[in-house]
Write a protein that binds this ligand. Sequence first.
Ligand code: URA
Length: 189
Amino acid sequence: MDTWESLRSACLACKACPLAEHRNHVVFGDGAEDAEILLIGEGPGQNEDEQGLPFVGRAGKLLDDMLEMVNLDRSKVYIANMVKCRPPQNRDPLDTEQDACRHWLQRQTALLKPKIVICLGRIAAKSIIKNNFRITAEHGQWFQKDGVQMMALFHPAALLRDPRKRPETFEDLKRIQAMARELCTHTDI
Ligand code: URA
């Protein structure tokens, strides 16, 4: 069985796909290692690659604001990405890259045992919730998988590009807050 420490150091040394060649940092994940809520993004962008932390650029600032609206912050959740190294020009991670990286997130999830999983955007939702996930139609809906409640939100970068999506996202966040109040024991939400 992994420990957080052994998993992190193994992940930081990973060279399983070509994304390793050009990275500055592996972005392993961040947050509380006993969090009951796991947020999953797509992959690091430039700021994340430079700092080694997820969601620290403009989209990350918006994510922090979104969490704050429902009395959450990074100390109460865990944030990770589908792929741990930055895809060039921020393109979508290829299936082969996601396949090579998937076991890291699976092992993080096994350590965390979250009660709620929130997918940030289409790429994470397709991989984690279901392959034919349609983000515009199905964001904000709960899906139950292996006893875990899962929902997808619009990706914060999509909310930056199209602020008209923000009111719907606020409704989705309130649904997450209600579910967390029901299920989570150590998140004062
Ligand atoms: N977008 C993501 O999906 N993940 C990050 O860590 C940053 C931006």
